[in-house]
Design a protein around this ligand. Structure first.
Ligand SMILES: Nc1ncnc2c1ncn2[C@@H]1O[C@H](COP(=O)(O)OP(=O)(O)OP(=O)(O)O)[C@@H](O)[C@H]1O
Length: 313
């Protein structure tokens, strides 16, 4: 079952400096399945926040259709919005003069629900900030505030969570901790749509990912499949030869070459495994010694850059 369906979403903003409208989100479509972590990954200005704000009803979009758990956001707005809770980018998710407990009770209250102090404490405990339950939010660190915002989402107890740049501004330790927490939240049966330009976050916790660039989705795929496809293509090959090979190597599509005495370190991208065998035959036929062949480890950065042509993230 899909918990969110976005179809042909279009959002344009008026610009101050020109009469032309800026297309922030350009007819994008994707869906989030029940129980998964779906990441919207893109560089600055790609349209991630605009998408998240459209889904949570904070922006009026120009065209397209958004469904949240079968409720159409335009025609069944309040039912649709009841299905989700949101942590927006930045620090405006909480009342900073209230404590985490008070924030939880307040936000649960405005949803027409109730939560006891002990239940709220259990959630804060789950997120590792129970000892801060009664401190006012503005005295908490950025990471603790982010966990408090997540605690509010869990307390409101919707099945679907929307998180805009959840790890932005967190230090390395908090970042690692937050990733683990999001996985634990998913294990509680929640579905998560997050936007980010944090590739480590996507690599570690996302089930599926859509890469968005200039308002368009350039790829939407199961993360493991995407990583498999990419890791299948890159090889590091070390060969030894008394002869000069540079010219010959041009024929086999080397992407990187370094040479020390008579040892060549080569990086090659193969589209199919038969291309690899062709290269092995090529070396054999020239009596070139193959010292080693290694499949390159792929990280998400490489995938991201190849789809966005290196847009800044
Ligand atoms: N209120 C607005 N008025 C005019 N233009 C806007 C407005 N909000 C966003 N934009 C523009 O829309 C485009 C998409 O912005 P958006 O904030 O959705 O991107 P993003 O992917 O979330 O970026 P970031 O990672 O920097 O937060 C950008 O070019 C941005 O300048």
């Amino acid at each position: 079952m899909n918990v969110i369906e976005v179809n042909d979403l279009l959002k344009r903003y008026p610009q101050r400096t020109s009469k032309e409208m800026l297309t922030a989100v350009d007819k994008i479509s994707f869906h989030v399945k029940e129980g998964e972590i779906f990441a919207l990954l893109g560089p600055n200005g790609a349209g991630k926040t605009t998408t998240i704000k459209s889904i949570c009803g904070l922006l009026v979009f120009d065209e397209g259709k958004i469904k949240i758990k079968d409720y159409d956001l335009k025609t069944e707005r309040s039912k649709a919005l009841k299905q989700i809770s949101v942590v927006l980018e930045g620090s405006r998710n909480l009342y900073h003069r209230l404590t985490p407990i008070e924030n939880i009770q307040y936000f649960v209250g405005i949803r027409g629900k109730k939560i006891s102090k002990n239940e709220a404490l259990d959630i804060l405990d789950f997120l590792g900030i129970k000892e801060k339950a009664n401190e006012v939010v503005y005295t908490l660190s950025r990471g603790m505030q982010q966990k408090t915002a997540l605690a509010v989402c869990l307390a409101v107890d919707t099945d679907v969570l929307l998180l805009d740049e959840p790890t932005l501004g967190l230090d390395v330790i908090s970042n690692v901790e937050f990733r683990r927490l999001l996985t634990n939240v998913k294990e509680r049966g929640k579905s998560i749509l997050l936007s980010t330009h944090d590739m480590a976050l996507v690599e570690e916790i996302a089930d599926r990912v859509a890469i968005i660039n200039n308002g368009k989705i350039v790829v939407c795929e199961d993360k493991k499949k995407l990583m498999d496809v990419f890791s299948a293509t890159g090889y590091k090959i070390k060969v030894r030869s008394e002869d000069t090979l540079e010219r010959e190597l041009d024929k086999i599509g080397i992407t990187e070459l370094t040479k020390e005495s008579n040892v060549y370190d080569l990086t090659v991208d193969f589209k199919t495994s038969s291309e690899l065998y062709e290269v092995i035959d090529f070396f054999k036929s020239r009596n070139v010694e193959i010292v080693s062949i290694e499949k390159q480890m792929v990280n998400f950065e490489k995938i991201f850059i190849s789809y966005t042509n290196g847009s800044n993230s």
